[in-house]
Design a protein around this ligand. Sequence first.
Ligand code: NAD
Length: 264
Amino acid sequence: ASGLMAGKRGLIMGLANDKSIAWGIARTLREAGAELAFSYQGEALKKRVDPLAAQLGSDIVLPCDVGDEASIDGLFHSLKERWGQIDFIVHAIGFSDKNELRGRYVDTSRGNFTMTMDISVYSFTAVMQRAEKMMKAGGSALTLTYYGAEQVMPHYNVMGVAKAALEASVKYLAEDLGKDGIRVNAISAGPIKTLAASGIGDFRYIMKWNEYNSPLRRNVTIEDVGKSALYLLSDLGSGTTGENLHVDAGYHVVGMKAVDAPDI
Ligand code: NAD
């Protein structure tokens, strides 16, 4: 893979720590020669993100709360001063009140519904409004979604509804930006133990279930996601846009798994 991203510059949004999906993606892109910038939410995360960025040869670490338009403008303003132009962007951001990521979807409050949609869905569109202007030579954008958008998964609740909207927005963005040579795709990752995932009820059980029931009979890693991200963000993915690529050990194709015991 070395050299695939040589001469390409891009922004990674959503790095919180070395368990983050954004970290698996950033490392893979860097190994392939990309130059990276990072955005983080809140001062508390800066001291975690600074050393991770440094490990990947980057000193561009900028604050951005995607719930705030002025903050997004500030991020792209700084990035434009630094680089002028970008080639790719990774949006690995989602948020919901963890009290509503357990129990029943029907009990979702209006306030958390709106906030979840704002941070987890609209933010990608808001970011692409700015990124478009910095992708004069075309580009590639990637967001992260989950199977709970397509089928009901326990406890995923309002986040499933938000991911369904995010997946639809990927298609609309792909159409709008395609004529400028900008590709927009999603990766639907299987469950991975991260900070965000720890907010979801019974997450360990969900991981076990995926491990037993997926065709590859294992869970995916942030490295698995990183490699598929490299495909979508590099020239290897030149013909692909509006796509939702499942990186889930095949879990999404299984309706019911055969039991190994012969007489059941
Ligand atoms: P993570 O906790 O490492 O990353 C989530 C990031 O979202 C954090 O960096 C956090 O700072 C950021 N964020 C939240 N609110 C924000 C705001 N207002 N402004 C800016 N940033 C904000 O967890 P992760 O699992 O790596 O999550 C990355 C993405 O992957 C999310 O969209 C998540 O839904 C998605 N995803 C995760 C899994 C999984 O099992 N972990 C599976 C499929 C998809």
